[in-house]
Write a new protein. Structure first.
Length: 123
């Protein structure tokens, strides 16, 4: 709670929402919805991939740790030394600067991603 208070969030200040697995199928391409974020850079995202993958040769090299859960569908995440096939309910904790890419996703792939900066991890 101390960390939240520093960020200007009190115990009486909250947000409420609904994590929807399915959305408007008429849309195409990947969509990212930021569900929550703190001033220190920590954030929670809902990502709908709709069969998208990282462009050839592209690698994520993020400054934050990323905890990501596949809430629906299937996906393959590639690291430099291996590929991880994921199914609904599987999750990964990817350390900051651990290069990775999304090799493939199913048309119904939906992710819940939590990004934690070094500052947000400190007690």
């Amino acid at each position: 709670m101390k960390k939240l208070a520093k960020a200007g969030v009190t115990k009486d200040a909250y947000r409420r929402g609904r994590f929807a697995i399915w959305d408007d199928k008429a849309r195409t391409g990947e969509t990212v919805e930021i569900l929550a974020g703190l001033p220190d850079g920590a954030r929670v995202e809902r990502i709908v991939s709709r069969g998208e993958a990282s462009p050839p040769g592209f690698w994520y090299d993020q400054k934050e740790d990323e905890w990501v859960m596949l809430a629906a569908g299937t996906a393959t995440v590639a690291f430099e030394d291996r590929r991880v096939k994921m199914h609904s309910g599987d999750w990964l904790l990817i350390p900051a600067h651990y290069r990775h890419r999304v090799a493939s996703t199913s048309e119904d792939a939906v992710w819940l991603a939590v990004f934690l900066s070094k500052q947000s991890r400190e007690p």
